[in-house]
Design a protein. Structure first.
Length: 91
């Protein structure tokens, strides 16, 4: 079996429109999740503290940071609790 670099493999797979769409959707979820996590950590808050400020269960914060709950409503609520806003950019 030949060694294939991941970047080369990904570049090839991204030529498939279905794969590209799924990849981009997942990448957007992870970017949103990472933004919430980093903002929370910048404040020095635990997940429980963010949950309290946002008036949501801690499990909501956890799921959001794992990319499993990235609805605009949830992202907006968590961001607002941290004094942040959500900006959506369509390229």
């Amino acid at each position: 079996m030949a060694n294939v670099k991941f970047d080369d493999f990904l570049k090839q797979e991204l030529k498939d429109p279905k794969f590209r769409a799924a990849f981009e959707e997942e990448n957007n979820k992870l970017a949103s999740s990472a933004a919430i996590l980093l903002a929370r950590e910048d404040l020095g808050w635990s997940q429980a503290e963010l949950a309290e400020h946002a008036n949501v269960p801690r499990s909501t914060v956890s799921r959001t940071e794992k990319g499993k709950n990235v609805s605009i409503a949830t992202l907006t609520k968590l961001a607002a609790a941290m004094g942040k806003t959500v900006k959506i950019q369509i390229d």
